[in-house]
Design a protein around this ligand. Structure first.
Ligand code: NAD
Length: 476
């Protein structure tokens, strides 16, 4: 149970913001302008389903328009409410500023449990919601660009894009009205995996900073580190899969809505995912120990805790029992302000959400640019790059022959070197660069100031500073 004094999600975000702003020299008026949410639109609409009209409530919140379009996902969940959507839209403002994606912050949500509806029903609901938002410019390539979040994915984004296009038949940039679309509907390679991939790149960068790793009481690289993952959805699955299959980390527990699976030797992430897809949860999975009270497993011993499900799961009621020395917030807001204080006091290092899960918006930015430029990344340069590499390889082989085959290239090297970068390679490269650069700006802030004791405050300082500069440049 959460302790009674726990602030709401939006209050938590504001408290963390205030903590950072107290360390800045900023005029009070500007501070308030940045903190407050500019607007929240609430819509109630009816859809005829199963012979009767059902009413749904949805929100689109715009936190800051210091840059446009504003950007932020649309969430489908029964828990969606105004407070949550506003908190998430504020996080989007700070997140975009931190990773230098040129957007203001927004977020949307619809109170619906998608598991209760057939696909064609969800399509009707989504199209109607999109219609309500688009007619008020709350979906628009130049003003407001949604993306997937909890409970939504590329299928919903394709419906939204199509709905917008039907309403704006002459808009040549229509497909840039939403990101996270399937490839055949204007999406980009690597978007589905992007947030989880970004979590992986964030951890890799963290482990490139031995002094930061030492602050968490850890040493070495990611290889062999024991990781507990909460939520094997889009973000959690990709992060767990990449960390275990590419970096040698061991996923020792997976917590889902119906309990947790544990195995000190490391779980097979794909096998667990397949089980969940087939059975709706982790219960009954044969190759691991099942723990009914999943939340308890957040407190189990590990090197890295990776909450990737929902907000507020680490709070005043359990933070003191969380043993992980390093927490990477793959979800938005998984630690309340109260929980954050408890963890900081005991020296837990927290890689904050606004940085850790920014891979999604980063690749969304690439998708938006692709849609506006109407050409896939790599199309112009790839073969030219390959031709130039071929020239070098041919020349080296000619020299080798001339020298009587004194040396030779391994076929593996040759194959890799000759291959020009396609869209997926370019997206991953852009994402990797973004995650490295943003971490370095946070880490530098963390180490250069005595009054900054954690990465979250450092992240807020970097991003609020950028938003403030942007307002000042506008003359506000
Ligand atoms: P998702 O719906 O794909 O997955 C969420 C997972 O959490 C599901 O597997 C669900 O069963 C599980 N879950 C639900 N309740 C749980 C509980 N009580 N305990 C444990 N597991 C539970 O959602 P997602 O897109 O992966 O988003 C997860 C988090 O990441 C959210 O906070 C979201 O805002 C954030 N996020 C997502 C993206 C993105 O690109 N999808 C980008 C940035 C941030």
């Amino acid at each position: 149970m959460k302790a009674a004094k726990e602030p709401s999600f939006r209050e938590s975000v504001d408290l963390m913001f205030n903590r950072a702003v107290a360390l800045m020299d900023m005029p009070p008026g500007l501070e308030e302008k940045i903190r407050v949410c500019n607007s929240t639109y609430t819509v109630r609409f009816g859809v005829r389903l199963r012979g009767q009209i059902q009413t749904f409530t949805g929100y689109r919140s715009v936190h800051s328009e210091h840059m446009e379009p504003v950007k932020g996902g649309i969430r489908y969940s029964l828990a969606v409410n105004q407070d949550e959507v506003e908190a998430l839209s504020a996080l989007m403002t700070y997140k975009c500023a931190l990773v230098e994606a040129p957007f203001g912050g927004a977020k949307g949500g619809l109170c619906v449990d998608p598991r209760q509806y057939e696909e064609h029903e969800l399509e009707l609901i989504t199209r109607r919601f999109a219609y309500e938002l688009a007619k008020r410019d709350l979906i628009s390539p130049s003003q407001n660009v949604p993306a997937p979040d909890m409970g939504t994915g590329e299928r919903e984004m394709a419906w939204i894009a199509d709905q917008y296009r039907r309403m704006n038949t002459t808009d040549i940039n229509a497909s840039a009205c939403v990101t996270g679309k399937p490839i055949h509907a204007g999406g980009i390679q690597g978007r589905t995996e992007a947030t989880g991939r970004g979590v992986q790149y964030a951890l890799r960068e963290f482990f490139r900073h031995p002094e930061d790793v030492a602050k968490a009481g850890l040493a070495g690289r990611l290889d062999g580190k024991r990781v507990i993952v909460q939520g094997l959805g889009n973000v959690g699955y990709h992060a767990a899969k990449f960390l275990s299959s590419e970096d040698g980390a061991k996923i020792t527990a997976i917590i889902e809505h119906d309990g947790a699976l544990t195995d000190e030797a490391g779980l097979d992430v794909d096998a667990v995912k397949q089980w969940i897809t087939a059975h709706g949860g982790v219960t009954g999975y044969p190759d691991a120990t099942h723990v009914e009270d999943g939340a308890r497993v957040l407190e189990a011993e590990c090197d890295i805790l990776l909450p990737a499900a929902l907000e507020g799961v680490i709070h005043l009621g359990n933070a003191d029992r969380v043993r992980a020395p390093l927490i990477i917030e793959a979800a938005n807001g998984p630690i309340t302000a109260g929980g954050d204080q408890v963890l900081r006091d005991k020296g837990t290092v927290i890689i904050p959400d606004m940085y850790a899960n920014a891979g999604g918006v980063t690749v969304s930015y690439f998708e938006w640019v692709k849609n506006l430029s109407h050409i896939r990344f790599g199309r112009m340069g790839r073969r030219q790059e390959e031709a130039r590499h071929q020239l070098i390889v041919d020349e080296l082989e000619r020299l080798d022959e001339h020298l009587g085959h004194a040396w030779s290239m391994t076929p593996d090297f040759k194959q890799k070197y000759l291959r020009g970068a396609g869209e997926l390679e370019l997206v991953r490269s852009g994402l990797d660069d973004t995650m490295r650069t943003a971490y370095q700006s946070m880490s530098e802030m963390w180490h250069s100031r005595n009054d900054v004791s954690d990465l979250r405050t450092a992240a807020y300082l970097v991003s609020i500073g950028r938003v403030a500069r942007s307002y000042k440049e506008k003359g506000l």
